[in-house]
Design a protein. Structure first.
Length: 162
């Protein structure tokens, strides 16, 4: 059950990013901003959800708030922003977005999901051990992608004038 939910989240993030062809840099930094928002506001939003009896079973209000605050900024950035011109780059960027989003959501999601056992537990233990480094690497890749997006725009404008 846990693996299915985690894979579904990764596939949804990948699909939304690939369909819109949004650059990983924008979306990745949106996820990072969302993770910071979740650290600050998830307890307040969880209280609001609990008082209003809004639930998304099997997730607790606290986990629901954390997940929502983490992904909402990136989902809003799917509406506008720079796009990839090449489908190959959109595919790679979408994979990076799905991985970074899944890594940021693994901790909160595994709190409320079914108990882990066997191979899934060992995989999640491995990811938990390397999670900070992997997330930092994803954010660095997002920044590099943003720098590349700005560089390619100015380069294409220059070549268009000549």
């Amino acid at each position: 059950m846990t693996l299915v939910i985690i894979l579904a989240i990764a596939l949804v993030l990948f699909g939304l990013s690939f369909i819109t062809k949004r650059r990983f840099g924008v979306l990745g930094l949106g996820l990072a901003a969302g993770a910071l928002l979740a650290q600050s506001w998830s307890s307040d939003l969880a209280q609001i959800l609990a008082v209003r009896q809004i639930s998304f079973e099997p997730l607790s209000p606290s986990v629901t708030a954390t997940v929502a605050l983490t992904v909402i900024p990136a989902l809003l950035l799917l509406i506008a922003g720079p796009k990839y011109a090449d489908k190959r780059y959109a595919f790679i960027g979408s994979i990076c977005f799905a991985i970074l989003g899944t890594l940021l959501l693994l901790g909160p999601l595994t709190i409320d999901l079914l108990p882990l056992s066997g191979d899934m537990k060992s995989v999640l233990d491995f990811l938990a051990e390397w999670q900070d480094l992997l997330i930092a690497g994803g954010i660095v890749l997002a920044i590099v992608d943003m720098l590349h997006a700005n560089g390619s725009k100015s380069h294409s404008k220059k070549s268009g004038k000549h």
